[in-house]
Design a protein around this ligand. Structure first.
Ligand code: GDP
Ligand code: MG
Length: 163
């Protein structure tokens, strides 16, 4: 594994689904229930001929000290400090939310290069949310469906360009 990636973004955008797809289903749980305790996970990701260390930022534990925003920021900055490239996911069906804007803001201030990923794009209704992304100031998004495995070739291309 010659490089490392972190998947960041607000809860429920599909980070763990992408992690599972790249690392394998044995290592991670995906849960629909908001607020479920999920620890940060790491594994060896694979995408075509790439092999990398992958971090899924996830564990926004119930009852942990600090506001949710503090904990998201802390976990994100910790992950960013450890990796070569960050994948920032947002939910293109839901469109860009204020919380996504916070994440984009943290990433723009970080030294870690970021790839913006518009997830849940298997649906036609996600199209508008893809155009929304330009407001985040992180460039053109990779259009992806982590659940359906669509857009992985474009993700591959974007990763290779950042290395
Ligand atoms: P996380 O909180 O960011 O780790 O999000 P999860 O990976 O746990 O996914 C949250 C929800 O979004 C789950 O119900 C997933 O099945 C769903 N999801 C993830 N990726 C996609 C996708 O590409 N398309 C659709 N429609 N749903 C997805
Ligand atoms: Mg998760």
């Amino acid at each position: 594994m010659s490089f490392s990636l972190a998947i960041v973004g607000r809860p429920n955008v599909g980070k763990s689904t992408l992690f599972n797809r790249l690392v394998g289903k044995r290592l991670a749980l995906v849960d629909d229930t908001p607020g479920v305790t999920r620890d940060r996970r790491e594994g060896e990701g694979r995408l075509a001929d790439l092999k990398f260390r992958l971090i899924d930022t996830a564990g926004l534990e119930d009852g942990a000290p600090g506001t949710l925003q503090d904990r998201m920021r802390q976990q994100t900055s910790q992950a960013l400090s450890e990796v070569d490239v960050a994948l920032m996911l947002y939910d293109a069906r839901a469109g860009v939310t204020p919380v996504d804007e916070h994440f984009a803001d943290w990433l723009r201030r970080s030294d870690t290069p970021a790839i913006l990923v518009a997830n849940k794009c298997e649906a036609r209704s996600a199209q508008e949310g893809v155009y929304d992304a330009y407001a985040l100031g992180l460039g053109e998004p990779v259009v992806l469906s982590a659940e359906h495995g669509e857009g992985l070739a474009d993700l591959y291309q974007s990763i290779v360009e950042k290395l």
